[in-house]
Design a protein around this ligand. Sequence first.
Ligand code: DAH
Length: 342
Amino acid sequence: MNAQFDELRQQFTKEVEEAKNTEDIERVRVSYLGKKGCVTELLKGLKNVSAEEKKERGRMINELKNEVQARIEERQKSIAAEMEKFKLKTDERYDISLPCDPSVGTLHPITLVQRELEEIFASMGFAVEDYKEFVTEFENFEAVNIPKHHPARDMQDTYYLDNGQILKTHTSAAQNFILTKYGAPCKAIFPGRCFRNEALDASHETTFFQMEGVMVDKDISISNLIYFMETMLSEVFQKPITVRLRPGFFPFTEPGFELDIQCPFCGGTGCQTCKHGGWIELCPCGMIHPNVLRMGGIDPEEYTGFAFGLGLTRLAMMKFGIDDIRYLNSGNLKALDQFCKM
Ligand code: DAH
């Protein structure tokens, strides 16, 4: 009996080793463990042997069956792994740059608002630029007229990297790069992620998004700023928007403003969104400070320009009625998905 089992084992081992793909190993499985497989036949044959032989033989057959089963599973796994490796090496490579299936999931509310704004500004002739998230202190501060020890730095504490760079606190950190790259005249927007050392609450996050814009040319004035902001915001809210400017201080503007919009939800009569004031503070802006133009290689005697720093996160929250900023970075798909479907 032992000899018969040994022979079977040897034959099985040979067949398993020779199996090169899933079909081969399946064939081996069926021929040993299938309904008419030889191990199954051995089990069936037990009914013909005497009671005392049955016990020992039954144990041995079961042992063989378990062994065969385990070996087959092992080989199935190794074949799957080999095939995966083979795929990676041959024509059937994974192309990680292939677009994903757009029918799955939704875009993040901030991405939606960002894309919408990019389209609007592009239609008004603005270039759309991207910029780094970690920048030098010079880019973030000095280049926008905030020298070392200037009190304005206090409000923009951020994260410092070991190499002396910082995570940018505002998209204004790219102003110098954009002015230098395009020179005058220039029209560009540059959305981006910004970081600040903030205590978290419903309206403060350490990570948020802004969209900066600059327009530089001969004779650019505050009227141009108002016109562009009004046109852009009317597109965003799909209705005529009235804006007003209040004085605001930013070291990189002269003069600087806080731009408010008349509440698009109640038309200015007062509601929850505008906290019953009728106006919503939306976008700090101003005429670019001569020092900033000069540092960007542009002669302030010849050219003037406006700049603005739109809070993308803020705008997305308003547009989608999101009342807690922490949802946006939470990765809570249930919440985000719901906003995007509105
Ligand atoms: N960078 C400013 C901030 O994050 C916002 C800002 C104000 C940007 C005025 C501008 C501007 O371009 O002109 O607080």
